[in-house]
Design a protein around this ligand. Structure first.
Ligand code: MV4
Length: 612
């Protein structure tokens, strides 16, 4: 095994990889940009190296800079995570050629071969893995497109040879669109992938997106770890992934898994990888009905990296995929057989993106994690890279954490998901938690009948806005636009029962200690509610405030300034809703302020007593 692994990434995936390293006693090295000086992955690592300015091209994508950091640290392996350099065959090749440093991933040759989509299609066709009907050689001219249309009909997908993940794909719906779309696909291929070659496929109108996790070693062992259903996407960005797919019979699932394994085997693939498939959906399918072995499925592409949603498979199989990436990269052999792999229950991953779903999923432009209190309990896993008090870094992608929920079946998993998302307390930045909570009430998602088009074409934006309204938390930027509103949360105890009180003051002086100091310190402030001008009690020091949990009248005041009180002592008696309520101290201490007198009327949230 390696002694020290450099993780060429940031955020939650960098932490995920380092956790796997810790589990097997491997030291960790982080790299970071100027924007990430205080980032979670930097704090987590045993050592960390600055590799340049915030711009990714100058830091996280700098081949030489990262390899230099590995040399300087004495790291004997580089794990790329996902994104950034993870699928860059040129970088993988450079690492392979660096003495004493191992690339944790498939060979640079595999990455090159599978990255070129026409080549990948040939390899899969030859391995008897079904590919979408289409061409395996680049298109020569628009006549090729016309001919394909005459033979197979429309629509046709024109895809860039170097493409993937939704970039460089154009749809031709009729002959007269062919020339324009061909040109556009070639232009995009050239611009994004430096390769203007394109190929053709029949375009499937309403597919499900199913992907199979593969793990393979350097000794010819290939295992598949079941599939994930990533059909809930928005503009090619996955938002929720789950496994097993709620749409497949075990027979079809098994068939797709075997196809992926065959493909990986004949490609000589090793390390972790994902085989993506399109599965033809039956538009008439009802919730509860499943797609059987007669269903068409087609190979799409291989992702030659660990993926964001690998966690779903880890929860289902109990296999630590990242640990195995490290092990197979250091030439260890897989110790389990295909038959040992069992899928247990159901798992769903929710991407916690710092975006406002109600505003077209606009990424947050800043903010600080004022509150960060993730959920826990049975079936709940949180992979994240930040902590309360951290500033949000907005230079890279907007995903800040992942919530992964496991249950014995889909129903239990979704119930736990509702609970976990309700527990997730994040303040200071917007997140798409409200959107996820909406999905858990959504008929299509809950029924498992959603396809890749659902979010882009069918979901009513009004519902997203309502979800944001209902479950969203205010962010700092919203607060500051209305700075004479002061909001505070208090807990009070009345007759031994705990109440939570949210106090919102408009146009009021802040409950601030500075004001108290100016007040002369010892002076007894004006009783709350004792005047009609809405004047508020000014609290001195940072003692515990005891507030009225409801509107009412003070019948009795039992304490005076300077009194010592014990938890449970009655401080004042408040008449509200025709009942006498004892307001008791929840903590012991010295009464530093009595803000009310007998017969005062008080509003909910008014300060009654302060105890230090
Ligand atoms: C397709 C397709 C339908 N027919 N190919 C988009 C991402 C890229 N990896 C391939 N993609 C698609 N290829 C044919 N022949 C539909 C998609 C597609 C899609 C695929 C996977 C997940 C989400 C998607 C959303 C829209 C379109």
């Amino acid at each position: 095994m390696f002694e020290k692994v450099l993780v060429a990434n940031r955020g939650e995936i960098a932490v995920r990889v380092m956790r796997a390293c810790d589990d097997i006693g491997v030291d960790t090295v982080a790299v970071y940009s100027d924007a990430d000086k205080h980032a979670g992955h930097v704090r987590y690592a045993d050592e960390a190296y600055n590799v340049g300015p915030a711009r990714a091209a100058d830091s996280y994508l700098d081949h030489e800079g990262i390899i230099d950091a590995a040399r300087q640290a004495g790291a004997d392996a580089i794990h790329p995570g996902y994104g950034f350099l993870a699928e860059n065959a040129e970088f993988a090749g450079k690492v392979e050629e660096t003495e004493g440093v191992t690339w944790v991933g498939p060979s640079a040759d595999s990455m090159r071969q599978l990255g070129e989509k026409t080549q990948a299609r040939k390899t899969m066709r030859d391995a008897d893995v079904p590919i979408v009907p289409g061409t395996t050689d680049p298109v020569e001219s628009v006549e090729d497109v016309h001919e394909f249309g005459e033979e197979h009909g429309y629509p046709i997908a024109i895809k860039a040879e170097g493409g993937g993940g939704g970039r460089g794909m154009k749809i031709v719906r009729s002959e007269d669109e062919a020339a324009e779309q061909l040109e556009s696909a070639e232009r995009e291929g050239e611009a994004y992938f430096d390769n203007a070659n394109v190929y053709l496929e029949r375009y499937l109108e309403n597919p499900r997106h199913i992907e199979v996790q593969i793990l393979a070693d350097h000794h010819g062992n290939v295992r598949h770890l079941g599939e994930r259903d990533c059909s809930l996407q928005r503009r090619h960005q996955k938002v929720i992934e789950e496994g097993p797919s709620p749409a497949l019979t075990d027979e079809l699932r098994e068939e797709i898994g075997r196809a992926a394994r065959r493909g990986a085997d004949s490609a000589g693939y090793y390390n972790a990888g994902t085989f993506e498939f399109l599965v033809e959906e039956d538009p008439e399918r009802e919730p509860g009905e499943l797609l059987g072995p007669e269903t068409n499925f087609y190979f799409l592409e291989v992702n030659t990296r660990i993926q964001v949603e690998h966690t779903v498979t880890e929860e289902l199989t109990g296999v630590d995929i990242v640990k195995w990436q490290l092990k197979v990269a250091s030439d260890e052999e897989l110790t389990f057989e295909q038959d040992d792999v069992e899928l247990e229950g159901h798992a769903v991953e929710y991407r916690i993106n710092a975006e406002n779903a109600a505003n077209d999923f606009a990424p947050a432009t800043g903010g600080k994690l004022e509150t960060y209190d993730p959920p826990g309990g049975i079936g709940v896993r949180v992979d994240d890279g930040l902590r309360q008090g951290d500033d949000l870094v907005t230079d890279y992608d907007s995903m800040v954490a992942k919530l992964i929920v496991h249950g014995s079946d889909r129903e239990e998993c979704l119930a736990r998901s509702r609970r976990a998302l309700a527990e997730y307390d994040i303040e200071g930045i917007p997140t798409i938690v409200p959107f996820h909570r909406l999905m858990l009430e959504d008929e299509a998602f809950v029924g498992g009948t959603h396809t890749t088009k659902y979010l882009d074409e069918d979901l009513d934006e009004e519902r997203v806005a309502e979800a944001q309204e209902q479950w969203g938390t205010e962010t700092e930027s919203e607060d500051s636009s209305d700075d004479d509103v002061v909001e505070r949360d208090f807990t009070v105890e009345v007759n031994g029962k705990r109440f939570e009180v949210n106090l919102e003051e408009r146009g009021a002086a802040q409950l601030a200690t500075t004001a108290a100091a100016e007040n002369g310190g010892g002076e007894r402030p004006e009783p709350a509610g004792g005047s009609d001008d809405g004047g508020e009690t000014v609290v001195e020091g940072d003692g515990e405030t005891v507030e009225a949990e409801m509107q009412g009248t003070i019948l009795d005041v039992n304490v005076a300034e300077g009194d010592e009180v014990e938890p449970g002592d009655v401080l004042v008696v408040l008449e509200a809703m025709k009942m006498e309520n004892d307001v008791v101290a929840s903590h012991g201490g010295t009464v530093t302020q009595v803000a009310v007198a007998e017969d005062d009327s008080v509003d909910m949230g008014d300060v009654l007593v302060v105890i230090d």
